[in-house]
Design a protein around this ligand. Structure first.
Ligand SMILES: [Zn+2]
Length: 473
């Protein structure tokens, strides 16, 4: 069994995956700031960490997955002002969108902590940083983290020179150093606020993730994830806050960051008008094809949204689902195998090799993209060798291989793929049988009618010579 290697953004080295308390794994991923619709760039990060969780579960780990919701932030307040709406409305509208879309993508986060539900904990954490001499209160009532008191600042992002640490320009005059960042922002007229020992105000952005992750995972976090645009300043600041507060290094064992999502080679941006909302991509491609595509590259590399890329994922999806469903029904009808011929033995070994190679790619820093090649290979073996085999053992191995792969990529609904076995399948078999007789008698009009009506019900027929196969959408 290959050991799992993980590339750590901190140090940029490949390390052996050893969580603090195996088989438990704690994983915290920076979630959405709910001021706009979730787009496919966000979806990539969420699907990658969901697939990492699924792969670790397949390997016997028990992953606790936290993804926060930033429900107070400048962007939310700005949008509320621009649209003359209550900021709570903005938060509710886009939180609902986020929850609905990730549900459709089959992502099951264990905990979604919200910032505004943790204001007391944030205040306590900031007070702790002040008491330890890592933060100071400015005359306005804002509190800043003193970057000079943390000796490893810049190590995560690789920005070693202080000149590169330019931080929030706001209130620059009251900071001790220009690169200090806000932990607590004093109240501005017309903006939401909470009371604190330093006066009314609201938390800065970075502090929430330090507070909520340590609250739910303790002093050591195994995996901290997010998009690569969060490395600086967000994760650099989180690290400074948590390690000085806890007096512990490392606080995070493995920092993992997803690469950028491009649209036809360009960065998605409001000004280019090329932002693709997740809802739109889901409507066009469906969750399973979209997931296969989102996992078709190494997670740290850029991924380009093109029609060709998605069509390729669609073809792979068709092969996987078709071969799985047909095998599933055939396996029930075949006699158990008491003997394998030489050809079947060779095919069996080939499938086992493919499974091993697939696993080897995944154990090498969760390379879902490289491992996908083995999904193609596996379906290739199906169409060449398994499809016409009479061996129950071979079909069963094919099915369990697809199921393992599906447990990571999630390219089909487990229950829907199996379908209501029994009466419904028997009835479809009967209709297909009757249609076969009609075709023999050259009653093509009626045969075509049956195909059309079944198609409308989501049952697709494929004629192969005299025989007909069917799959359910
Ligand atoms: Zn965060």
């Amino acid at each position: 069994m290959p050991e799992i290697k993980v590339k750590n953004t901190l140090g940029r080295r490949l390390e052996t995956f050893r969580p603090e308390n195996p088989p438990q794994v704690s994983m915290y991923v920076c979630g959405p700031t709910v001021y706009d619709y979730t787009h496919i760039g966000h979806a990539r990060t969420y699907v990658v960490f969901d697939a990492i969780k699924r792969y670790l579960s397949l390997k016997g780990f028990d992953v606790f997955h936290i993804q926060n919701i930033t429900d107070i932030d400048d962007k939310i307040i700005d949008r509320a002002k621009a649209e003359s709406r209550d900021w709570h409305d903005i938060v509710e509208e886009y939180t609902r969108d986020y929850m609905e879309q990730i549900e459709k993508l089959g992502i099951h986060v264990d905990l979604h902590p919200r910032v505004t539900h943790h204001i007391n904990e944030i205040i306590e954490f900031i007070q702790g940083l002040i008491d330890k001499g890592h933060a100071y209160v400015a005359p306005s009532g804002s509190v800043y983290f003193s970057v000079d008191t943390y000796d490893d600042y810049g190590a995560l992002s690789g920005r070693i020179s202080k000149e590169l640490w330019g931080q929030e320009e706001e209130f620059i005059s009251e900071k001790k150093s220009p690169y200090d960042f806000a932990l607590w922002k004093s109240r501005k007229p017309g903006e939401p606020y909470w009371n604190s020992p330093w006066g009314p105000g609201r938390p800065g952005w970075h502090i929430e993730c330090s507070v909520m992750s340590t609250r739910y995972t303790g002093e050591s976090l195994d995996i901290h994830g997010g998009g690569s645009d969060l490395i600086f300043p967000h994760h650099e600041n989180e690290r400074a806050q948590s390690e000085t507060f806890l007096g512990k290094r490392p606080w995070v064992k493995y920092w993992l960051h997803t690469g950028m999502l491009l649209v036809s080679g360009e960065k998605m941006s409001k000004s280019l008008g090329n932002i693709i909302p997740l809802k739109e991509a889901l409507g066009k491609w469906g969750p399973h094809v979209l997931r296969l595509w989102l996992l078709s590259a190494y997670y740290r590399s850029p991924l380009d949204y093109t029609e060709t890329g998605l069509e390729q994922a669609q073809r792979l999806h068709e092969r996987l689902v078709h071969s799985y469903q047909v095998s599933l029904r055939r396996v029930e009808k075949l006699e158990p195998s008491y003997y394998l011929d030489t050809k079947d033995i060779a095919t069996l070994k080939r499938i086992l090799d493919i499974r091993r190679e697939w696993d080897r790619e995944l154990s090498n820093d969760f390379n879902f993209g490289a491992a996908m090649r083995w999904l193609w290979e596996l379906t290739g073996v199906y169409y060449k060798e398994v499809e016409h085999s009479e061996s129950n053992a071979l079909l069963a191995l094919y099915l369990s291989s697809i199921e393992d792969m599906n447990s990571v990529y999630y390219f089909m609904e487990e229950a829907a793929a199996r379908g209501p076995i029994g009466l419904e399948n028997q009835l479809i078999d009967l209709i297909v049988e009757v249609r076969k007789e009609l075709r023999k008698k050259k009653m093509y009009d009626l045969a075509d009618h049956i195909r059309r009506v079944l198609g409308e019900m989501g049952i697709k027929l494929m004629d192969k010579g005299e025989e007909t196969e069917w799959v359910k959408d």
